[in-house]
Write a protein that binds this ligand. Structure first.
Ligand code: 13P
Length: 261
């Protein structure tokens, strides 16, 4: 029996917030999100704020994620943070974000290494996929998204637990919608999720798994447009950038998820 997918709203804080600012925002979220028990909420602050924010989240159900990591558990890799280190603090790790692919040389191959490394230490990947504007205009959305999903998950075997479901989250984030104020349409994003993401998952795993993986939409999600995504049958939540940096906006998005699903 496939498991009902619990909506997930995850905030990617990117390279914003000092420790003091992060603690302030986290405290506002703890206060404002208490009542939304039917939606899972995660926040992904910068590395420097993970520990201070974790302390604030201790008595809450808000989960913590990192925005990246290396694939080796230790080594001479100046400036990097390892899966073991992330696993000490976090439940989730965002992998393959388009900003990392575009500015830091991440490839499908390194994303795959990181996904495998995440599983080895018990972290749940939030795997980001999505086409650029150029790829979109060239009609290559399906090809790109399918390739990214397939290559990121090479060598991964997934099983389902009754309590936690499938330990994988995919975020469909069209690059042209990130930080532009120009979100995809709900139905357009739902079509990509159905035709290219869940169908690829069904090719790679059994269909019960493909139907149980949570797939989020990301790209200019705000309190004002969130409902359009959360009411789509195949979209299970959002990965939020800019709007996750303001408590009111983020709480508004969680509220939209709670009332839509
Ligand atoms: P925005 O919500 O700022 O468009 O960013 C989306 C994103 O990149 C989340 O990972």
């Amino acid at each position: 029996m496939e498991k009902k997918r619990i909506p997930l709203v995850a905030g990617n804080w990117k390279m914003y917030k000092t420790i003091a600012e992060a603690k302030q925002l986290a405290a506002e979220l703890v206060h404002g999100l208490e009542k939304f028990t039917q939606v899972e909420v995660a926040i992904c602050p910068p590395f420097t704020s993970l520990l201070p924010v974790k302390t604030l989240l201790e008595e809450t159900s808000i989960r913590l994620g990192a925005q990246n990591m290396h694939w080796e558990n230790a080594g001479a890799y100046t400036g990097e943070v390892s899966p073991l280190m992330v696993a000490e603090l976090c439940s989730y790790v965002i992998l393959g974000h388009s900003e990392r692919r575009a500015y830091f040389g991440e490839t499908d191959e390194t994303v795959n290494k990181k996904v495998l490394a995440a599983y080895a230490v018990g972290l749940i990947p939030i795997l980001c996929v999505g086409e650029t504007l150029q790829e979109n205009e060239a009609g290559k959305t399906g090809e790109v998204v399918e390739r990214q999903v397939k290559l990121a998950l090479q060598g991964v075997s997934l099983s389902m637990s009754q309590e936690t479901g499938v330990p994988l989250v995919i975020a469909y984030e069209p690059v042209w919608a990130i930080g532009t104020g120009r979100a995809a349409s709900g139905s357009g994003a739902n079509t990509v999720v159905t035709q290219y993401i869940r169908s690829t998952l069904a090719d790679l795993f059994v269909s019960e798994i493909a139907q149980s993986v949570r797939v989020l939409y990301g790209g200019s999600v705000k309190a004002g447009n969130a409902k359009e995504f959360f009411t789509q049958p195949e979209i299970d939540g959002a990965l939020v950038g800019g709007a996750s940096l303001k408590a009111d906006e983020y709480i508004g998005i969680v509220q939209a998820a709670a009332s839509s699903k």
